[in-house]
Design a protein around this ligand. Structure first.
Ligand code: HSE
Length: 294
């Protein structure tokens, strides 16, 4: 096969207390076409500054080709993207997952999804967005001495997700710089216990437990001040009946979980009268399929 198109989903990571390990696939997609060429690389469909060898989709494609033992990574990549860049919706993970999956498909699928996750994590640094980008669903991942393990959890259909997307970028690098290097044992326990409850609450559709267990002491207290308008978004979301509210990945997008199909429309209307009128509200569903070669 010389040409493949990959569909890969957006992801939200952390989801309250699950810092650097929990993630969920969302119904928002990038489509990337990879076509072998006679030499060199061509990248289309993205900003000029990403049309080079540092493009994450290319880096991942090349690295995967090398792992497979194929030294020819001449390729034309055409990107059609719905996932906004640097907003906390897994745009980097999507590109990395797509590059690895495309190389694997072009070479006749010698690698498993677990191996693609390992390769991607070497580039991204943590697996929390990559795992749901590859497998779909709600995932928890741990990088162990024996490789990366991922567990998948069900998500009750009663929950609706609304991404509130600011009109500014926030790089993960900057959002990680504000985090303390060490944490108190009590704070670690606070997050550990809640993470387990959040997973069960999503699975069972347990509104009360979800609302009670979304607290986090590891990243959101430090990051919320990087997101101008965070307080307005949080206040509005709870005023309109949200069950939970959290920073998506490293932000700046924030996510409201509700039980109303009309929540996105309602918050979208209310936002117009506040200091977050330039933000976009987007209704999203969990995606259980994961990455697809079309
Ligand atoms: N877990 C990561 C973080 C997600 O919060 O920094 C962003 O890539």
């Amino acid at each position: 096969m010389d040409k493949v198109t990959v569909r890969v989903n957006a992801t939200t990571a952390n989801i309250g207390p699950g810092f650097d390990c929990v993630g969920m696939a969302l119904s928002l997609y990038d489509r990337l076409t990879f076509e072998k060429t006679d030499g060199g690389i061509v990248i289309e469909g993205c900003d000029e500054k990403y049309r080079n060898e540092n493009n994450l989709a290319y880096l991942s494609y090349k690295k995967t080709m090398e792992k497979i033992g194929c030294d020819d990574s001449s390729v034309k990549i055409t990107i059609a993207s719905e996932i906004p860049a640097s907003r906390g919706l897994g745009s980097s993970a999507a590109l990395i997952a797509a590059g690895a999956a495309a190389a694997n498909a072009i070479c006749g699928y010698p690698l498993t999804k677990e191996e693609l996750l390992e390769i991607g994590t070497e580039i991204e640094g943590h697996p929390d967005n990559l795992a749901p980008a590859i497998y779909g669903g709600l995932t928890v991942s741990a990088a162990t001495e024996n490789g990366i393990y991922t567990a998948r959890f069900k998500i009750s259909e009663k929950f609706h997700f609304t991404a509130l997307i600011p009109d500014f970028h926030l790089s993960t690098e900057k959002a990680r710089q504000v985090l303390p290097k060490e944490v108190l044992r009590a704070d670690a326990v606070y997050n550990l216990s809640r993470t387990a409850l959040v997973l069960k609450a999503f699975e069972e559709g347990n509104t009360e437990m979800l609302a009670a267990s979304m607290g986090d002491k590891l990243h959101q207290p430090y990051r919320r001040r990087l997101i101008k308008g965070f307080d307005t978004a949080e206040r509005l979301a709870f005023h309109l009946g949200a069950t939970a509210f959290f920073i998506s990945g490293s932000g700046p997008t924030v996510m409201a979980v509700s039980e109303s199909e009309d929540f996105t429309k309602a918050i979208s209307e209310q936002m117009q009268f506040t200091d977050i009128s330039s933000w976009r509200a987007l209704a999203l569903k969990p995606d259980n399929g994961g990455i697809i070669i079309e």
